[in-house]
Design a protein around this ligand. Structure first.
Ligand code: PD2
Ligand code: ZN
Length: 280
């Protein structure tokens, strides 16, 4: 789009979207999706709705980020119904590796529940709404509803306590199974503000602000979760998990991450994505 200008028509459209209940973050995402320059879009939002409109959180969002309580350097944290060990913590970007978040039986139980419902994993479609099969992600996957079974409920309650983030701000757990050779190429978990489908996705709970990948088994070789920007490889060990958070949908968060190819055996993970607001 060339010659972008803040016209009265544009301001009317922004005001109309706001009156219809769309958070300013979503309006901004829609403008970026249709080719508006970000600086001009933010200026137009600020001019129409006031400066605070360009801040990112949706109505009802919880301020801050999910974050375990590492303030006392306690090597074992109380996650409500289970003590969870801290293996390592990086401050910038925030990455924390936990051990024994789930028991062996809990891992096996989730795999058993998921097995019957696996299908080839999809990612957010590049062309519009919905999702599509993507060569960058060669695993099989499924989603649980939040609270779908007593086991899922227990695990979700534990995650909420550990990361001090409301249970209803979490998406349903996603389970992935990687066969030998399967991988998940490096990506960001936040929704790209420039993507056409993002405004729609953000209506439900706002942006993702944190990810917890839980390892449900220990593959014989390969399958580590990699963070290329910071040179970190996290080994997939049954019951352990890696958590990372991101305060804005931008590569500057250094949260690029991927699942390296499995070399031998299978790899199973359960991922919990955390949103800014209530995800229903
Ligand atoms: O399985 C993994 O290691 C992995 C890597 C990157 C999972 C995800 N992303 C994810 O579920 O978002
Ligand atoms: Zn990811």
């Amino acid at each position: 789009m060339s010659q972008q200008a803040i016209t009265p028509e544009l301001c009317d459209w922004i005001a109309e979207q706001s009156r219809a209940g769309h958070p300013s973050q979503n309006i901004l995402a829609a403008m970026l999706g249709s080719g508006w320059d970000e600086a001009i879009a933010r200026q137009a939002l600020a001019r129409t709705l006031g400066q605070s409109a360009t801040l990112t959180a949706p109505a009802g969002a919880t301020p801050g980020l999910p974050e375990p309580d590492l303030s006392r350097f306690a090597p074992v944290l109380d996650a409500g119904d289970r003590p969870v060990k801290v293996v390592m913590a990086l401050r910038q970007p925030r990455v924390v590796v936990f051990a024994d978040l789930l028991s062996g039986e809990e891992c096996d139980g989730i795999i058993a529940l998921a097995t019957q419902r696996l299908s080839r994993s999809e990612t957010v479609a590049t062309g519009g709404d919905g999702s599509e099969v993507n060569a960058a992600r060669t695993s099989d996957g499924m989603f649980f509803e939040r609270g779908e079974t007593a086991l899922i409920q227990r695990v979700e309650g534990r995650i909420a306590a550990l990361l001090r983030w409301p249970l209803d701000h979490g998406e349903g757990l996603q389970v992935l199974r990687y066969s030998p050779g399967a991988e998940y190429q490096p990506h960001y978990d936040y929704f790209d503000p420039a993507h056409a489908s993002t405004a729609n996705i953000l209506r439900r709970g706002g942006q993702r602000v944190g990810t917890l990948v839980i390892y449900l088994n220990t593959p014989a070789a390969g399958g580590s979760t990699i963070f290329p920007d910071i040179g970190l490889d996290v080994a997939p060990v049954k019951g352990n998990a890696v958590f990372f958070s991101y305060d804005r949908p931008h590569p500057a968060t250094q949260t690029l991450h991927g699942g390296s190819p499995v070399v031998e055996g299978e790899k199973w993970v359960a991922t919990k994505w955390l949103r800014q607001g209530v995800f229903n």
